[in-house]
Design a protein around this ligand. Sequence first.
Ligand code: MG
Length: 207
Amino acid sequence: MNFRIGYGWDSHEFRRGVPLKIGGIKLPHDRGLAGHSDGDVLLHALTDALLGAVAAGDIGSHFPSTDKKWKGADSSTFVQHALKRVASAGYTVANVDSTLILSAPRIGPHARAIQARVAELLRIPKNNVGIKAKTPEGMGSDNAAIAHVVVLLMRRRQDSDRVALEAAEETPQPVIDDVVEKVLEGVSEPEKKKASTSPRITSKHRK
Ligand code: MG
């Protein structure tokens, strides 16, 4: 498969006396998100989306909340772990889209900072990271933050493929013609006739 899609969802409850972290960014607010780790709802949904895309289980199976090791953990650790699983499966992240649902604080003023941090964590350009936010109208979830994330992965090009492609792109057409000519010299007449009627390799074909 050249492409894979992944989806992740998470929710955390607001609690006083806890710092608020969303997408790896500390946001000024009177309450934070309760959780075994730093409660970063967006990074948890992102981790699940990455793991899901390569069918590698979920965040809870990799980082059980019963394990004291992850108490207060920086959730970017989970994203980095999931990224390694993506890489070992032979894929790279193409783009990410997300929606946060929370009544407060307003995400708009921080969306660019969150976008930049998530892009940095994923090592992709900022314009490949979508950060959207909504308030939970009629959902009765005013004391919770919810995150939905989708990711698209693409198969990483093998080094050998890249070398061959670069060599092909740098080879001038006369050299290719010459090689084709030499190959044809070595084949029998009927074969040669057949080969010469086949489509020529042009720079257009090589692109
Ligand atoms: Mg969570």
